[in-house]
Design a protein around this ligand. Structure first.
Ligand SMILES: [Zn+2]
Length: 623
């Protein structure tokens, strides 16, 4: 999974600028699932699940609480209503609801099928506090599109996850499925919808289906057939607009990975959101073995959309290595309703995110300075989390406080842990080996069907590498000592220096110093926990301050935009009066706007480094 933090204000600013009876035992027959996308009322889809015959007296039907890759408890059962169990005579049976995700049926030997209605998650993301992350969510938009993350639609009978599923979907004319799920092609004279087969419940979860008016591009990368499907509600983008950049990027990924086994087909399912109240608001993507669902705003300009796609899709595609190939038994035998977490998010998400950056410099998609800048950004973003929290403990307990709120550090410090690991292994092996080599070793030993034991992985990595790697894990990954990155960067002839840079008044590059608080009537506030530029600090503005008024204009999302626009033309002696709300009190600050600067840390090559160090750096960044 990859979460993209997009500043609502920056986007708004850009936008402003431009069944029959069947008594075969359940063990023998596939579970039949019918979904009706044609007769949709109130944005609900009817689902019927028809198993074979049960020989037990009591059976539970469950919708997942969580699914792999999300690392959160989402209770997809909360979107289900009108649950009815029918006996073979077609009469409703008694059902008791055990929890939000579980329904229990007595006299199960008489159970023919269950039926229920599914609500989508996109509609309610703005209303609920712990909303499902959109790429794991569902969308039901009659005659337009259906985002079928199937864990939101299809449940399983307790104890019967390892049997085949047959999925039959009635779909509206004009919509077509995009998916990696195995589709059965029926003869033209056979009535019925699209038919898909899954060997076990896991394949249902692992293969989202996206129904849209067809807009697909297919290309080959190495031996992989990649299909990009796009839904753009206002027709801003077509798959053909994004194909070239995706093709170039994925070819570079394949070149970087070399001989690591990959899949034969891969589907990129891109949903572009209008960002309206009832549309998706969680931007980023969720990984699957042979596909990924990506959600981004349609309002993004092309160059930024392409870059976001490169960063997000490359991350998801690298998940092929871990956890999709290299993973522990906790993940292999995933319990959808009582999940056990693994200690190794530093690898599942950290290695993945590190590779998604490293391959770009490795294959010449970005230069070294850009790579250093990205790592430096991760160092500063990591400061927003608890740097003294053991990464393995956090990972193991990530569904609970206080660990849950540190999850997103897997993309920041998690990637940096891998950078340091890469540097240690490169140094010890005279440039020959690195983290990519390590992952190849692990994936040849383990793999899709062979999980490792969670508490043995680090020992195994140390045995494959060097004692120094063990020291590093013990101190900084299992242990809670923050990492001094200087020590490791120096081995590569790099140093972190403080540099004063010019900044905008309200934006540093594309990143705003201010944001919109949607939970407080769209109040405009100064972001907390970041370094502010000299414009804000010299006026005495602090992070968290709400900007109420600038030069007599009451500040709202609408009125701040033209002021940001005007600020590009301010001279240093332009004066400003700002009314701020700080902890309930109103404060007025005023003075000249000055020339805004900000002191930033920058990773830069040191002068006079030895030939050996330069070679080592080359081996690290260029392989
Ligand atoms: Zn991820």
């Amino acid at each position: 999974m990859k979460r993209v933090l997009l500043y609502v204000l920056a986007i708004a600013f850009l936008y402003g600028c431009g069944a029959g009876k069947n008594l075969i035992s359940i063990d023998k027959a596939p579970v039949q699932v019918f979904m009706d996308l044609v007769n949709v009322t109130n944005d609900q889809v009817k689902v019927i699940v028809n198993p074979g015959a049960f020989t037990v007296d009591q059976i539970s039907f469950r919708i997942p609480k969580t699914v792999p890759g999300t690392y959160s408890s989402d209770d997809y059962g909360q979107y289900i209503e009108g649950f009815v169990a029918y006996d073979y005579a077609g009469d409703p049976m008694e059902v008791s609801k055990l929890d939000v995700n579980t329904w229990s049926v007595s006299n199960a030997t008489k159970l023919d099928k269950v039926s229920y209605l599914v609500n989508d998650t996109f509609d309610t993301e703005n209303e609920v506090e712990d909303a499902v992350f959109s790429p794991a969510g569902t969308n039901i938009a009659q005659d337009s599109n259906f985002m079928l993350n199937l864990h939101g639609f299809v449940g399983y009978f307790e104890g019967y996850k390892e049997i085949p599923y047959r999925l039959i979907i009635e779909k509206p004319d004009g919509l077509e499925a995009a998916t990696s799920l195995n589709q059965i092609v029926l003869g033209t004279n056979i009535e019925g919808g699209d038919v898909f087969m899954a060997n076990r419940y896991f394949e249902i979860i692992d293969n989202p289906i996206f129904y849209t008016k067809p807009d697909k591009e297919t290309f080959k990368v190495g031996g992989i057939e990649v299909t990009l499907s796009v839904f753009s509600p206002n027709g801003a983008y077509r798959a053909s607009d994004l194909r070239e950049r995706m093709e170039r990027m994925m070819s570079a990924q394949k070149a970087f990975l070399g001989d690591i086994d990959a899949t034969e087909k891969y589907n990129i399912l891109l949903y572009l959101s209008t960002m309206e109240d009832t549309d998706a608001m969680g931007f980023g993507a969720l990984e699957h073995h042979t596909s990924t669902v990506v959600i981004l705003p349609e309002a993004m300009p092309k160059d930024r959309l392409e870059q976001a796609m490169v960063d997000v899709v490359s991350h998801e595609f690298f998940h092929i290595v871990t956890p999709l190939s290299v993973h522990s038994s906790e993940i292999h035998y995933f319990d959808y309703n009582d999940p056990k977490m693994s200690q190794h998010l530093w690898m599942y998400e950290g290695t993945t995110e590190y590779f998604a950056n490293l391959f770009q410099v490795h294959e010449g998609l970005i230069d070294e300075a850009e790579f250093y800048e990205r790592m430096r950004n991760k160092m500063s973003n990591a400061k927003g989390y608890d740097d003294s929290m053991s990464f393995t403990t956090m990972s193991k307990n990530v569904l609970e406080a206080p660990y849950e709120s540190n999850y997103a550090n897997v993309y920041e410090k998690g990637a940096l842990i891998n950078m340091v690991l890469d540097i240690i292994i490169r140094e010890k092996s005279n440039g020959e080996k690195g983290v990519l080599w390590l992952m190849k070793e692990l994936s040849s030993k383990y793999g899709v069907d062979a999980p490792f034991q969670d508490d043995q992985l680090i020992d195994e990595i140390v045995a494959l590498t060097y004692p120094e790697v063990g020291d590093f894990f013990n101190e900084h990954v299992i242990g809670n000592t923050p990492i001094d990155y200087n020590i490791y960067l120096e081995k590569m002839g790099l140093a972190i220096n403080k540099v004063e840079e010019q900044s905008g008044y309200f934006l540093q590059g594309e990143i705003p110093y201010i944001d919109v608080d949607q939970s407080n009537n769209d109040a405009i506030f100064v972001r907390k926990g970041i370094d502010l530029n000299s414009f804000f600090t010299s006026l005495g503005v602090q992070g968290g301050d709400i900007i109420k008024n600038i030069n007599g204009t009451a500040i709202t999302l609408e009125t701040i935009r033209p002021i940001i626009g005007q600020s590009f033309g301010w001279s240093p002696d332009t004066t400003i009066t700002m009314e701020l709300e700080r902890e309930g009190e109103v404060i007025t600050v005023e003075g000249p706007v000055g020339t805004p600067t900000i002191v930033v840390n920058k990773i830069t090559p040191m002068e006079n480094v030895s030939y050996q160090v330069k070679e080592l750096r080359n081996a690290w960044l260029k392989g």
